[in-house]
Design a protein around this ligand. Structure first.
Ligand SMILES: N[C@@H](CCC[C@H](N)C(=O)O)C(=O)O
Length: 289
């Protein structure tokens, strides 16, 4: 660790992140350091960390360097590594704009789930090409207390189980991860979304995120929800030949998701930088023991 570490704080629909700019990948961000930074009482606080590294400087991204200059090295709040973060990639793009690395318009960002195309609009919202969903075969079941629901297995680069429920309160307090069966369906853990209808092509969700707990929003989760809802509604674009657009309300705001007949998914939503500062090196050393 260097002795002075710059950071920013940002959020997308209140899914919040500690942003650590580190172009040359000089900072060793151990899981313990990430967890300390994300601690809401003893640290800065966040659902995860966006480690901003040049693709050429990171072993997980070197092969994408020709396509995307910057790599989103995303970590969950508990320090674990995740393949993709949909809100994170918008906040990452906002940081690049804020720092003067990119301007409004189109750019690409490397992630562990591949290169994502991003559009920073004049009106402030950011649209991300999220790629295609995979829908692995096999039924899964989500349980909270006495209630269980069949759930749709949707992979957006990272794993999701989407359950349609009668009332979002039935998800309970979500202090712990809801059990998903069969055991072994998700060997690396899973993000679980609970969904209710709000109107035509309009749903609301809560989420328990792998590695972060209940969050105020999850971008990949909202995409998984839109995909699962389109299959439930009979509006699957691959079948109808027309795009399906769903509005997904999350506790922290609203995301708009469009899936095209070729399966490509776009997500649009806000991304905000709220603060910037410097991490106290003594505190971090102490936090790491
Ligand atoms: N909040 C993110 C998802 C972050 C990763 C997730 N917790 C996982 O482990 O897969 C989003 O906006 O997509």
């Amino acid at each position: 660790m260097s002795t002075r570490i710059a950071f920013l704080k940002g959020h997308g629909t209140e899914n919040d992140f500690v942003i650590v700019p580190d172009p040359e990948n000089a900072i060793e961000l151990s899981p313990a350091a990430v967890a300390a930074l994300c601690d809401r009482r003893a640290g800065i606080g966040g659902d995860g960390v966006l480690h901003v590294v040049r693709s050429a400087a990171h072993p997980d991204a070197r092969e994408m360097a020709a396509e995307a200059e910057w790599f989103m090295d995303y970590r969950n709040g508990d320090g674990s590594v995740a393949e993709m973060c949909g809100n994170g990639v918008r906040v990452f793009a906002r940081y690049l704009q804020h720092a003067g690395h990119v301007a409004e318009g189109d750019l690409t960002i490397a992630t562990r789930a591949g290169v994502k195309t991003v559009h920073i609009a004049k009106d402030g919202d950011i649209t991300v090409g999220m790629g295609r969903a995979r829908l692995p075969e096999g039924d899964v079941t989500v349980t909270v207390g006495e209630r269980s629901w069949p759930a749709r297995n949707v992979n957006m680069g990272n794993p999701h189980a989407v359950a349609f429920v009668a009332d979002l309160a039935h998800a309970g307090n979500l202090y712990t991860a809801p059990p998903v069966s069969p055991a072994g369906a998700y060997p690396d853990g899973v993000n679980v979304e609970f969904v209710v209808d709000r109107g035509p092509r309009h749903v609301a969700m809560r989420v328990h995120e792998r590695g972060s707990g209940e969050t105020r929003s999850c971008g990949t989760g909202a995409c998984a929800v839109a995909v699962a809802t389109a299959r439930r509604d009979g509006t699957d674009p691959a079948v109808t030949g027309t795009p399906a657009t769903y509005t997904v309300d999350v506790p922290g705001g609203r995301l708009v998701i469009t899936e095209r007949p070729d399966g490509e998914i776009e997500m649009t939503g806000p991304a905000v930088i709220v603060a910037e500062g410097e991490i106290d090196a003594e505190w971090l050393a102490h936090a790491l023991g």
